[in-house]
Design a protein around this ligand. Sequence first.
Ligand SMILES: Cc1cc2nc3c(=O)[nH]c(=O)nc-3n(C[C@H](O)[C@H](O)[C@H](O)COP(=O)(O)O)c2cc1C
Length: 200
Amino acid sequence: MEVMQAIDVMQAVRDRRSIRKYRPDPIPQDALQQVLEAFRLAPSWENTQTWRLIVVRDPAIKDQLVGCLRPLASGRENPAVPALRSAPVALLACAQMGISGYYRRGEKAGQPATDRGDWAMFDLGIAMENLALAAHALGLGTVHAGLIDCARAGEIVRLPPDVKAFELVPLGYPDEAPSARPRKPAEEVVFYDQYGRTAP
Ligand SMILES: Cc1cc2nc3c(=O)[nH]c(=O)nc-3n(C[C@H](O)[C@H](O)[C@H](O)COP(=O)(O)O)c2cc1C
């Protein structure tokens, strides 16, 4: 935990970048374990913990997963392709469906508890950003890559039918230091009391 204490959460949130170029250096086992702990300790709907993570180190399987990245709408190659190719590890973020966001007991068991259906992807997003921030705190890089053929990725790692793949994330030591991408100003995305009402 020592390295995790070296930078605070806000600094990790501020300084994390999508990394698309990696050094081939292997990830020390204790660093990998900490990153995986950040995933495992995430909150989830009723603590259902439906997230699943496939840690891919086998270069042949990683290659097959790279083939699941879809091109951009422009036809350009997904910028995550070189990221996945250069990183020593690929993470396939998955979730068991039909549990998070559903009543689990009583006469409504199995029915969605909200009008938003399955919350598995929401829970998984939280866990994956936990992971990305922990990785950054340890000097490792990641990029969320959601533009993938999820069904094919699931087949490659032999997911059971109730578990679906959502995103691929390379993990490794960065070989680039990209500058921050712009964010919308707070007035555009944060409102007070009513939608559209910015701070007085
Ligand atoms: C859900 C999600 C899916 C994404 N999918 C891709 C992707 O398929 N390929 C890629 O290169 N980047 C992908 N990104 C990375 C975003 O482009 C990136 O986070 C954004 O441009 C902001 O840059 P930053 O992460 O460096 O702050 C994805 C990000 C998120 C959160």
